[in-house]
Structures are given as C-alpha cells and as structure tokens.
Design a protein around this ligand. Structure first.
Ligand code: ATP
Ligand code: MG
Ligand code: FE
Length: 341
C-alpha cells in the first residue's frame, strides 16, 4: 500500500508518500523558522497562514517527485491533532478536499501517534511492546506501546515539556529560535558540572517530569553574570538528561515487560539524550531504537507511516471529522494525575 501523509500541527508544512515496505517514496518539508524567528517562538496565526499558502503545492510536488497520482494512494493520512488548531485545520481540510476529489479514504492521525510509531518506520526489527520516551516541543511522556492504538501512559510532565525548556534556555542565552539544536551545539563547548542546577522530581515515586524549576534556575544562573553561556547550556543539558534517566529508570521498574527502549520526538534528535538512553537500555538488557534525526522533528513521513500502520484497522475518518487541539494518546490519560496532555 501507499499512503500520502500531511503534517501541519506546528510550524513545519510537510507532505510525504510512504509505502508498506517502509520506503519513503518522496517527502518535502517547508520550515517556517524564518517567519517565527523575529518573535522568538511560533505565532499561531502566522503559522496557519503559511500552511495555507504552501500545503497544496507541496502535496503536488511530492506526488510529482514520486511519479504518482492521488489515485495511486490507498489512503490520505493527515494530522488531526493535537497542535495549533489553525494549522491542524488547514492540513485536515486540505486532506478532506483531496480525499473527496479522488475518492481515496481519509485517515485522521494523532500527531503523537506519528511520533510514537516513527521508530518502526526506520527499524523493521522493532516489535511491540516497547517502552517509549516521547520528548518533543509540547510533550514529555513515558508510554508503554503495546501495539498500534495501544498506548499506556506512565508519566507526563507536570509543567513544561523538555523541548520547551530547551527553547526557553536558548532564548535566555540569546541563541535564537528554534533553540534545541543551538543549545546542544553550545553545550559541547561547556562544562556540564560547572553550574549547580536542580533535578526536579528526581527520585520521586511516580515517574513524572517537571522542567519549569530548571528553566527558572537557568534564568538565575544567567542573570548572576557568574557563568559562561556554554557552561550554562552544558549544565542545563546535563540536568535535563539526569532527570530523563532517573524518571525512565523508575518507569521501567513499574512497567510490564518490554523488549526495547525507544525515544522519539524533536528532542530525540539530541546526541547527549540518545547516548544516555542507549546506556540505560544496555544496562537493562533492552534493545535501543532512536529514529534518524530527520524523523525526530516534525515531518509527514511519520504521519504517512502511522497511516500505513492503521490501514489494516479500516478505521477511515468521515469527511466531517474535527480537528482537535488536545488529543491524548492514552484514552485513560485523564486518569493520570497531574498535568493535562
Ligand atoms: P509536539 O510534537 O509535542 O506537538 P512539536 O511538534 O512542536 O511538539 P517537535 O517538532 O516534535 O515538537 O520537536 C520540536 C522540539 O524539539 C523543539 O522544542 C526543539 O527545540 C526540540 N529539539 C529539536 N532538536 C533538538 C536537539 N538537537 N536538542 C534538543 N532539543 C531539540
Ligand atoms: Mg518546528
Ligand atoms: Fe511534534
């Protein structure tokens, strides 16, 4: 089968064609970094407008790249949430129009499921069940992935996501937007033990996360004028990774058995994060899987792949399906104490 994927939940406009043999037949991503950089963060209205201008030609370009037509597709998979609602609506409405015009069925994909299943696009050997650390711009969660649509959430952040903490740290240090890669780069030149920073929730029984206090400590360290920016960046990253490892260790203790430890989402592109998790997996006798960098940050190949994974279920979306600003992966998520999704 072939699925067309469409992604527009944040600030990347993306389309991709993926087949059942894990081949990415074509993909394009139009980043909006230049649009949002002057504001130091994503401006929802600007994002939605840019998606609207770019998406239709992008889809056509992807079909042309692969030498395919819409009619060659077995489904059109579009992100239907969670995310910035204006952008999600642009992607979903475009997908509906394409589906209607071509009689190809529509799949409404949860963006988080795209991230959660992306490691399986890259690695054919990755089987369910696996332990997943989903670390992105809006989420920081530990899930047990039992199968397609079978997500048990063990932990979430009670305040900021880790990607958000990276972005705020970049802003404090004047590194610009987007911040994650810039902080990682600067951290390579710093001493990770130079600045004493907190490890929020470290050692607590529930494996939840908290990064707001870390961000505030970064702000104080910067304002004190006592530390080089590179040392702050490196120490921030060390503190964050210590938290990830402590919380993941705790979650693995309480989780039903799994065969692999998997990381996904934008922050999974970070080499220090990947290295630390690989060590943890080894210690626990688990395989470690992290997608290639281009599959970590937002892209449409992961949405198309989630569509490929969902095709056998036959759960196609009606053409009046709604975009959802919030959409937890785990149906029991509201029962998890603490933060929202
Ligand atoms: P969500 O998936 O939760 O809806 P999103 O789609 O905005 O949020 P992603 O595109 O998955 O998020 O990830 C973007 C985040 O990843 C940003 O916060 C960015 O700073 C962070 N990030 C990207 N590359 C790196 C890196 N090398 N190191 C650390 N963080 C990174
Ligand atoms: Mg982005
Ligand atoms: Fe994302």
């Amino acid at each position: 089968p072939i699925v067309l994927g469409i992604e527009s939940s944040c600030d990347e406009t993306a389309a991709a064609l993926v087949d059942g043999d894990r081949r990415v037949l074509a993909q394009r991503i139009a980043s909006q970094d230049d649009h949002h950089a002057p504001y130091g963060g994503v401006v929802p209205e600007i994002a939605a407008r840019a998606h609207a201008e770019r998406l239709a030609p992008l889809v056509q370009a992807v079909l042309d790249d692969a030498g395919k037509e819409l009619a060659d597709c077995d489904a059109i998979a579009a992100t239907a949430g969670p995310g910035l609602i204006g952008g999600v609506m642009v992607g979903l409405v475009t997908a509906k129009a394409l589906a209607m015009a071509s009689d190809v069925p529509l799949l409404a994909i949860n963006h988080l499921e795209g991230h959660a299943l992306s490691p399986r696009l890259a690695d054919a050997k990755l089987d369910f069940p696996y332990a997943l650390l989903l670390v992105s711009g809006g989420h920081c969660q530990i899930l047990r992935v039992g199968g397609v649509g079978q997500y048990t959430r063990l932990a979430t952040t009670i305040d900021d996501a880790l990607g958000e903490a990276y972005d705020k740290t970049a802003k404090i240090l004047g590194l610009g937007f987007p911040g994650g890669p810039a902080v990682e780069k600067l951290a390579r030149e710093g001493d990770p033990h130079a600045v004493p920073l907190p490890r929020p929730l470290k050692g607590s029984a529930e494996p939840h996360f908290s990064f707001a206090g870390l961000k505030s400590a970064v702000m104080r360290a910067h304002q004190s004028g006592e530390h080089a920016a590179a040392d702050i960046a490196a120490s921030f990253q060390q503190a964050a990774v210590d938290c990830l490892i402590d919380r993941m260790t705790r979650a693995l203790d309480t989780m039903e058995p799994v065969t692999a430890l998997v990381v996904a989402g934008g922050v999974a592109a970070n080499a220090t994060v990947r290295g630390a998790l690989e060590g943890l997996a080894e210690k626990n006798g688990l395989d470690f899987v992290a997608p290639p960098l281009a599959l970590c940050t937002d892209n449409a190949a992961m949405i198309a792949w989630a569509g490929i994974e969902r095709l056998p279920l036959g759960e196609f979306a009606p053409l009046d399906v709604s975009a959802r600003p919030r959409w937890p992966l785990d149906p029991d998520a509201e029962a998890v104490r603490g933060a929202g999704v």
